[in-house]
Design a protein around this ligand. Structure first.
Ligand code: SAM
Length: 394
């Protein structure tokens, strides 16, 4: 049986057919197929059947395959393969012995990630083939500043996978994945275990880390003396803004346990003289009287109704001349691609929130008595939406 590249229906042939009859031509003998000069009349038969263009890859297959690769990467982290390869190439057989795992499936997984660029072969064959981490593979090591390991362990962890499995039920019921699968909201769930909560904070570094410097580079803070970062997490954006603006002081507001971890980050970064933390709930209010308030990657995790509550709470703290900076993906209207679209699917699985277009932000802000002054793009996926109280809206 051969695979025919001509679609079924054209000329009545199916995709999988018996070989075309070659009765008029003598059957090839010996290594005729490997030797073009000996193909003889069979050549015309082959050129008729092989199309000039290779078949287009199935785009859906690539989408589904990416789930296998993601699980494989997480497995190599979970099994400790990445840590064992850190700074020292090892053979598959040696890795299998050290980790107490079966070498053959391990070889398959390591090979698969070599093709994806996480490890590279450093010689040898079979189970004696030696592998080393690539530069990208190094980012998966524990303690790497990119926090990629936390991203992998969180987004490929049992909780998120349970939420993804619950996606059809999430849509049927209108409850979020965590509400269906874990019995509570994502933020409630994350706070049930200190290690999970700390991992979530570090994962934010991996998801949004590079954006902080891009925002600090693109948005001019010359006009402001102080900034309150509302739902500021570990304070990465505040610290990037302070590093880029010597005159600026900052306050990170977050839930009590996160604020405590942010305080430790600020101490480690050596910014205690210019940066402090406030433990609080942004639904209850924010410190009044600052020049600038930031909401970075906060609104996308909340429904429109909750966003308006958060925005009203911040708007209440805005004195005349103060500005709110919403740092988020601003999706293009329509189907145009944008890096924020992948994050939107994560939001769909875990929260009642979503990524938004400029018009959707305008409507949300207006519902809280705010209007957009400008939208500043950055070198990263996010933009800075600068807003102020709208005197016409009260
Ligand atoms: C997606 S993270 C964004 C963190 C940070 N702004 C960044 O850009 O990396 C959302 C943050 O909102 C905080 N948060 C959630 N609910 C909150 C609440 N009710 N009050 C204050 N912060 C809250 C979370 O603890 C978390 O740090």
């Amino acid at each position: 049986m051969t695979v025919d590249h001509e679609p079924a229906g054209r000329g009545g042939r199916s995709w999988i057919t018996e070989p075309a009859p070659v009765a008029d031509h003598p059957a090839p003998t010996g290594d005729a197929v490997g030797d073009p000069d000996r193909l003889g009349p069979l050549r015309s038969c082959l050129t008729e059947r092989v199309p000039a263009d290779p078949p287009a890859p199935n785009p859906v297959l690539a989408m589904i395959h990416s789930a296998f690769l993601a699980r494989t990467v997480a497995t190599l982290v979970e099994l400790g393969v990445v840590e064992e390869l850190a700074g020292r190439p090892r053979s598959i057989a040696e890795l299998g012995r050290i980790l107490g795992v079966a070498a053959e499936p391990l070889q398959q997984l390591v090979r698969g990630t070599a093709a994806a660029g996480l490890v590279r072969s450093a010689g040898g064959t079979g189970l004696d083939e030696v592998f080393a981490l690539t530069e990208t593979g190094e980012t998966l090591r524990e303690g790497h500043p990119s926090a990629t390991r936390d991203l992998v362990l969180m987004l490929q962890g049992a909780d998120v996978l349970d939420c993804l499995r619950a996606l059809p039920e999430r849509v049927r019921r209108g409850e979020t994945g965590p509400e269906v699968a874990l019995g509570r909201s994502w933020f409630e769930h994350v706070r049930t275990e200190p290690e999970l909560a700390a991992r979530f904070d570090r994962m934010m570094v991996a998801l949004h880390g590079g954006e902080h410097e891009a925002v600090a580079a693109a948005y001019d803070m010359d006009w402001a003396w102080n900034v309150v970062d509302v739902g500021g997490g570990l304070g990465g954006l505040t610290l990037a803004l302070l590093a880029a603006n010597d005159h600026l002081t900052g306050t990170v507001l977050d839930l009590p346990d996160v604020a405590a971890r942010a305080q430790r980050t600020i101490v480690r970064a050596g910014y205690t003289h210019r940066c402090s933390t406030v433990a609080g709930d942004f639904f209850d209010g924010v410190p009044h009287g600052a020049d600038a308030y930031v909401l970075a990657s906060v609104l996308h995790a909340w429904s429109d109704a909750d966003c308006v509550r958060i925005l009203r709470s911040v708007a209440d703290g805005l004195t005349p001349g103060a500005r709110l900076l919403v740092v988020e993906n601003v999706l293009p209207a329509g189907d145009a691609p944008h890096p924020g679209r992948a994050l939107d699917l994560l939001m769909a699985a875990l929260t009642h929130g979503h990524e938004r277009t400029a018009e959707e932000f305008r409507l949300l802000l207006a519902a809280a008595g705010l209007r957009i002054r400008s939208v500043v793009p950055t070198a990263s996926a996010v933009s800075v939406i600068e807003a102020e109280r709208d005197p016409l809206l009260g």
